[in-house]
Design a protein around this ligand. Sequence first.
Ligand code: NAP
Length: 490
Amino acid sequence: MRRPGITIVGSGFAGLCMAIKLKEAGYHDFVILEKSADLGGAWRDNTYPGCACDVPSPLYSFSFELNPGWSRLFSPQPEIWDYMRACVDKYGITPHIRYGTEVSAFEFDDDRAIWRVSTSGGESFQTHAVVSGIGALHVPSIPDIPGRERFTGTAFHSAQWDHSCDLTGKRVAVIGTGASAVQFVPVVAEQAGRLQVFQRTPPWIHPKPDVAIPERMRRALRMPGAARTLRGLVYWLLETRAMGYTIDPRLMKVHQRVAERHLAKQVPDPGLRARLTPDYTIGCKRILLSSDYYPTLTRDNVELVTDRITEIGERSIVDAAGREHEVDVIIYGTGFKVLDALDGRRIVGRNGLTLQDAWSGGMEAYLGVSTSGFPNLFFMLGPNTNLAHTSVVFMIESQVRYVVDCLRLLSRTKARALDVRPEVQRAYNDRLQRRLERLVWTEGGCTSLYLDENGKNRSFWPGFSFEYWARTLRVKPEAYELIGTSPARG
Ligand code: NAP
């Protein structure tokens, strides 16, 4: 491959936003490497029935590309995927995308201050900067339950939905009750002869205020300023939800009451209700939105199983109470390997330092974007930039603007690379962790993937989203070491 100035990895929301904004800023020399045959990241992979956004679409979209045509407040997956494709066409990104190209390694050449990128197809090329738009939701997590390999029925993960499998009349088991499962369980229950939902930890669930957006309203949203006003309203409404997350877990009580009322209203049976009531503070795990999940669990052909799974047999699942449940199909709604999404790639920074070694005490970055020892490697939705209360597309846009500002700093100073100073990264993360220690993800009494093995939160931003926006508005040059201000060799 010709040597691209900037290499973007992944064509989900993050990769596409980076590409669009690079072009807008006058950087045309970039490539997007996409491991699959199509674009879209999580919105390409997750095609399970019922898949939709749980953040209102006016906000779960680019601020510079508002879509007055959403059919619902919470758009279904095909519409979001279409939106992404439309953005690619409109902004002329297609010629930059290399499909079927999986990155296996990035290695920094200290002498030339340049990255060498290797792909699993055996290609290798140099590039000045790398933007990782890899995201956290692309490695399906399938639990290692004893006997899993012996199962002779059909089994698949929610992110690898087997559309050739007809569930009509079948005995189906769903393992997991997270954000994906609550969306597909109601659809599966309509088809299956019998459905058993294996729950390890009950989620807190709020009603989903989803509505169809009628054509009349869509026309109105095409009027100047209308779509932007709606976006602003949704933004500030969701931002008020941040209080309990960012200030004090006790403020989550109001959200917990909404969830308790929702459960009480939808599940009249006190026994079932007790098994569906979480024992941790709401918000410690993601708050799910659904108005049809609880009613589904009260159907005659559906059973909630709360005894732990001990074994999978050739055609059954055995639980800790000793019951053997005969099943034809197992659907794993068991989520993703969030904290090791980058594993399996060789990422080597300055002086031979691998990212695995740099992050052996826990992954961390400055503003979630730059990690010391890895110059010109920029993470999108990197450590501690996930959000629980609003749209991550907002974070992506802040990060993209920040990266463009970093590139401008390089142009201005004629430096070849910038590397965040270790003491800056340390101070930033110490402050961040002090804030996170007393927040609901740590204090809420649940186990979650958001915490690493030392109990440190490596996933969430502890503040309001506008605080992150403000902090990423301008690069502070003093936070970075500028490398190679003299002309480069090679
Ligand atoms: P998830 O939220 O991580 O849920 C995984 C579920 O599987 C949990 O109920 C978990 O139980 C269970 N589980 C995991 N390992 C298990 C085991 N060994 N035995 C029994 N149960 C097990 O995964 P997800 O539902 O796929 O969602 C992943 C992420 O995707 C979400 O956090 C969200 O960010 C995103 N998502 C977003 C949307 C959207 O609309 N924007 C929609 C769907 C998903 P425990 O709770 O006990 O661990």
